[in-house]
Design a protein around this ligand. Sequence first.
Ligand SMILES: NC(=O)c1ccc[n+]([C@@H]2O[C@H](COP(=O)([O-])OP(=O)(O)OC[C@H]3O[C@@H](n4cnc5c(N)ncnc54)[C@H](O)[C@@H]3O)[C@@H](O)[C@H]2O)c1
Length: 266
Amino acid sequence: MKTVVITGSARGLGFEMAKNFRAHGFNVVLSDINEQNLANAKVELSKMEGAGEVASVVCNVCDLNQVENLWAQAFAQFGSVDVWINNAGVNQPPKHAWDLTEKEIDFLINVDLKGTINGSNVAMRGMAKQGFGAIYNVEGFGSNDAYQENLVMYGTTKRAVTYFTTALAKEAKIAGHNVIVGKLSPGIMITDFLTSSNGQDGTSELPEKVKKVYNILGDYPDVIAKFLVKKMVKNTKNNAHIQWLTNGKAFCRFMGAGFNKRNFFE
Ligand SMILES: NC(=O)c1ccc[n+]([C@@H]2O[C@H](COP(=O)([O-])OP(=O)(O)OC[C@H]3O[C@@H](n4cnc5c(N)ncnc54)[C@H](O)[C@@H]3O)[C@@H](O)[C@H]2O)c1
């Protein structure tokens, strides 16, 4: 039986991916910095039908020791880890780069970039030793060099995540590890993340013009998770880029925008 570990999986995309892996028969290791949400997520996931088991480990991805403990707990319980997803992430407060405090910048870089690096390195070391595995990192706004006012620092971290992940895939190949590395591009998801800055809920109201675009291009995370997990389960290629909102899909959405009656923010 296969095992997946997903960071930041107490809610949002991480939790929806967990549900889909459970439906695919995997053992699922949930993990999050938020203990209460994690406990609730474990109860909810355990109620779902699935051949595998559900485990949970509290883990702050910024802390290498905690990430190593996450690997150790998963490995001890299930004997191997087939898929590891670095999903934990936080949004930035809606400010220009120069108006962010040093604390806010450190926090973003620590969670979104260093957290992904910690998870990737720990998983790579473990998977190289066990002889197989797949690591996926979650991209975000900025990964493709796009620009939006007040999202520059978040975009900087995600651009770096994309570079790091591509380079990691190459290094894994050069090293001869039987480990594949890939990128997940979820597009725009209607989750608490959109209105939260630095991991806090409901701290910012989105501007009307941004809501308009999100109503056209956005989707709920369950729809996106189903797509991403189906692709991951099938994927055997290194350096895969699993993308929900392709340029073609975005073009079609804008073309059909006149008929689009969705309003996620009512
Ligand atoms: N929502 C979007 O539109 C969108 C778009 C593209 C990419 N993403 C990315 O997708 C991923 C998931 O986003 P989401 O929308 O589900 O967000 P979310 O806020 O709903 O969930 C993120 C989870 O990560 C956890 N987390 C935060 N800091 C952590 C830390 N230090 N250690 C461990 N867990 C931590 C949170 O507690 C939360 O449960 C993130 O990497 C985000 O950057 C989001």
